[in-house]
Write a protein of this length. Sequence first.
Length: 337
Amino acid sequence: MILQCNVDLRACTTLALPGRAAHYTKITNAAQLADADLAEGPRFILGGGSNLVLSGNVDRLVLHMAIPGKRLAKEDAEAFYIEAGAGENWHDFVQWTLIHGWPGLENLSLIPGTVGAAPIQNIGAYGLEVSERLHTVTAWDFERQAFVKLSRDNCRFAYRDSLFKQEGWHLSGRMAITSVLFRLPKAWQPNLRYADVAQELAARKVTEPSAQDIAAAIIAIRQRKLPDPAVIPNAGSFFHNPVVDAARADILAKTHPTLPRYPQADGRVKLAAGWLIEQAGWKGKALGPVGMYEKQALVLINRGGATGLDVRNTMQAVQAAVRDKFAVELTPEPIFL
Ligand SMILES: Cc1cc2nc3c(=O)[nH]c(=O)nc-3n(C[C@H](O)[C@H](O)[C@H](O)COP(=O)(O)OP(=O)(O)OC[C@H]3O[C@@H](n4cnc5c(N)ncnc54)[C@H](O)[C@@H]3O)c2cc1C
């Protein structure tokens, strides 16, 4: 294994912020994780860097997960079981399952990043969360110095949340996910819960959509709405959609009648962070080199030459504006390193 020093991480993250890793190595094989050199000291597990804010230099060992591999692991009467290495590109993996006739992940098309990071925040989009299709996570546990297998229930998935975040392992680098096994039921049904998707399919005159039709529609919608990180550096949605008590949502709706409200199973109400940010005047607005994207207020963008501090300044200004107008607290979605 080759350990490198003082490695530039800017190109390893989609926000393109400056920062160097004191030590860095690429993990291309799960067995490398058992190396004694990796057992000690602070570390950080890096995937595609698409949910990350670099605050500056990283005084840790960065393990860049690049474990390849994808295969049909087994099949029974009810489902296909597909396994992929942590370093596989998520979007390419989803398209590969569709080409092979294993539908079920199409609503998560074009989400950047790696397969190994998908369980960390339980990625979700267009009415589907990855936890709904996940069977088992395999990870190297640095504390126990052993591989562990976590079932879907063990992972304690919730909205943009999992055991890995609840235990702080995503920050401490205790667990390195090496592969993920997905269960894709053969009884496939199109998931058209999101009006945008149904509208896009109608515009394409598709009445009985296949999984690939849905993927194509979602890719088109995302390309219209979201900036391509290769052109405009960003980390996707920058804030979680806040969830408030029903009573609080009712009060807000009295003063803001067009407030979008999404009732949750537990009786609380999810609000749209993008709408709150837009109403607070931040859509297309910037503070120095960091602003909120003009086509989608929820996406924070690096307009060129930004640092981690610039990101924090804009983030705090947006949070303050939303707090002043709605008395609602926005929490950031990306990990700050
Ligand atoms: C344009 C854009 C659109 C996006 N859209 C969505 C969306 O629709 N839905 C959504 O949920 N997210 C979205 N995101 C966020 C991001 O794509 C996901 O969070 C993705 O899963 C991050 O993957 P990554 O490999 O880049 O992880 P990184 O950013 O590298 O890491 C994220 C976290 O995961 C940990 N981690 C990474 N790999 C591993 C591993 N193998 N083992 C253990 N820990 C690991 C890291 O330590 C870190 O804490 C978007 C981002 C962008 C830039």
